[in-house]
Design a binder for this molecule. Sequence first.
Ligand code: FMN
Length: 274
Amino acid sequence: MSTKKIREIYFSPTNTGRIIADAFSSSFNLIPSSLDLTRDKGMGEHTVLADELAVFALPVYGGRLPAIAVERMKRVHGTGGPAVLLVLYGNRHYDDALLELKDLAEDQGFSAVAGGAFIGEHSYSNSTAPVAEGRPDKKDLSLAAEFGVSVQKKLGLLSSPDERKDLKGLKVFQPPVIPGNSPYKTWTPPEGIAPETADTTCILCGKCVAACPVDAVKIEAEQVKTAAASCIMCSGCVKSCAVGSRSWNDPDIQKISDWLVATCISRREPELFL
Ligand SMILES: Cc1cc2nc3c(=O)[nH]c(=O)nc-3n(C[C@H](O)[C@H](O)[C@H](O)COP(=O)(O)O)c2cc1C
């Protein structure tokens, strides 16, 4: 059996991970499909067959993977097939998140073939406090596509079938060495805070409701209501609001934004591990 399909599996509330996974996959001549864990709130289990290349893309929260994304990843089961691990971070650092993703994918039955840490516009970036604004940009997207070609070479997908070495029709490959610490750093997110809606400008279109990965946002009695206790602070609702009515007004987030603008402005570049 050889690799015939490519399956993007992502948790991506503000879409930067999905965009990088798409750019990466665009260089492959394989049948594409995707599993969006951002919207996958049910309890279904998913199996990825050994003839599929899994491309995982998850964001970095506090130098780690978001707990909810890890929970959803545990319902995705590999059967020994290859996996590419991508994390997106907002120009501060990815710390232990890529290593955590590699370990998680291996625990779930995948064979790690390559990893990449890409930069996405920070979830708390806005026009007055821009951080990694507009990333991933053109340069990031072409790097992601070139990385796709390197992974195809590593897997032997660009060589003739006779040159491939093992029963699954892939070259035998070494797992990538991914930087990070084990045990991973600890990160405790603040609790009970959430973005707010300006009722005077909100047009009740429901985009914020659809964007929320944890159903914390609802429209009730012609008003947007947010269950702050459930909010994972991903900013999906803020960035999806077409009329700019949804924003962060919490002082903790304001402090984080100010700190990011003061210390994380120099452009970082993607790091790739093969
Ligand atoms: C709660 C939270 C914590 C974050 N922590 C980090 C971090 O530790 N380092 C970093 O560089 N970016 C951090 N970010 C920014 C995101 O990793 C970044 O914006 C990423 O591109 C979001 O991915 P997505 O667009 O796929 O949702 C954080 C964002 C949120 C919402």
